[in-house]
Design a protein around this ligand. Sequence first.
Ligand code: FAE
Length: 547
Amino acid sequence: MNDDSPRGTRLRGVSRRRFITGTGSLLGSAALAGQALPAHAATTAAAAVIEPGAHVPALVIGTGYGGSVAALRLAQAGVDVHMVEMGMAWDTPGSDGKIFANTTSPDYRSYWLRTRTKQPLSNFLGFPIDKDVPRYTGILDAEEMGGIIVYQGRGVGGGSLVNGGMAVTPKRENFGAVLPSVDADEMYSVYYPRANSGLGVGTVDPTWFETADCYQYARVGRKHAQRSGFPFVFVPDVYDWDYMEQEAAGTVPKSALAGEILYGNNYGKKSLQKTYLARATATGRVSISPLHKVTSVAPATGGRYTVVIDQLNTVGSTTATKTVTADRVFFAAGSVGTSKLLVQLKATGALPGLNSEVGKGWGDNGNVMCGRANHLWDPTGAVQSSIPCSGIDNWAAGGAFAEVAPLPTGIETFASFYLSITKNPNRAQFSWNASAGKAELNWQTAWKQPSIDMAKTIFDKINAKEGTIYRTDLFGAYKVWGDHLTYHPLGGAVLNKATDNYGRLHGHPGLYVIDGALIPGNTSVNPFVTITALAERNIEKIIAADL
Ligand code: FAE
């Protein structure tokens, strides 16, 4: 699999014409936005951009958790890897000196090709808070899939760029329902520890937690949980906890304590750019094409695959279409990205050997949000760390695990806010709509009702005990439940169904799924540690057996 051909030069080289094309597209977007030109996209894309006609031993579609694990381990095994990422590189500051925009002031960097923000909390005190932004290949995609908005990260690092970093290993007793065909002993002795170590997972210092102003909201959450008899747990995170303590002490620039999260984190979070991807690119065998989107994969001669890729500018237009070949292709475009591609490729005949499980088994990890209005003697703090560190575990009794989440508005709100992960049994399916030319998901908004019922097993009880009520001003006027979204899309190419028990797609040797699409809809906790651990398990087998 070692390829020392001139391919490397072709990948890394950049022509003057291509550089100018990229710069021109940026100028176009700046003119539209009427804002200062961010200079970073063209230069980074130029550094590693794939050339038409290139041949690569391993092509990875997407740079999130699954893709980053695959790239690192393949490279360490001596395989040259090219990663194709539809989002931007996110490695150079904009005109304000920061790479990422703050959650409180979304701008052109914040949303993927939208002209108006689509904030998960759409209202505050009943008033809508969304605002116009310039259309740009920003970091957070709020993808409307029929009955649900699926939030996803866009850029080199995938969801790790925008997520809360909560790095939770499911309880061992719940694992059988998460991945029924996987050996739990192996996962808990080898792959979960490997994933936690590779991701840099840590936990808040419990002593510091007791006095930190920025976690007053979590201590109020604990008090209310415990007074109602619910187990309260600390939740590990990939945020650098030492850095956060320095933020609180005022000795370093603030990130978690400045409310940064949804649109990227400028300092303390160990996103994949700082962990797996940094190690992968340091091998010298991994290159990345940002602002490149895979649109087709089909068999070529010699057991290879032809991959068609659109190069995008920062307003989302295609500036070039490239055809390359690869010996092996790893689908790591995320649950939605991978599922959409696979149902399209099966339905259009590009990959006729895929089986009928493709597109099935998609779930939302039971996500549902709500807020509670506290009494005046229970303030939650004007400064709240945007990184949650705790949760309420009522999984066994009520089917809900609720994160005590921040509401980092900068003012005292007397609100407690929660994202619940619930045992919602509903599963949706992607299918190809030939006349519309796109993949669709048949999720129904009403399918969130089981999640609401499970979350209520916690919060109805807390409200009754505390004499408090639900907030009705966060998701619309007089709307209690944030039941319109998920942050945790899972499934669509389920392990041991659409693929074999290691992610090899049926019908097409050399094609693999290695991301959240493998997991059948629910992980009982936040998903990325499980996605990472499963990818570690699968790539080890694939390298040993297939390469
Ligand atoms: P993912 O990380 O989504 O990466 C897929 C990549 O593929 C993306 O960069 C896409 O831009 C790219 N892509 C898609 N289609 C194409 C294409 N056709 N061509 C080229 N590139 C493509 O996939 N999880 C936790 O465990 N803890 C948390 O605290 C947490 N908080 C979250 C908060 C937010 C706001 C969001 C959106 C998610 C959160 N998640 C959290 C979920 C977590 O980020 C998600 O499960 C993983 O990122 C999924 O990993 P994958 O490798 O499956």
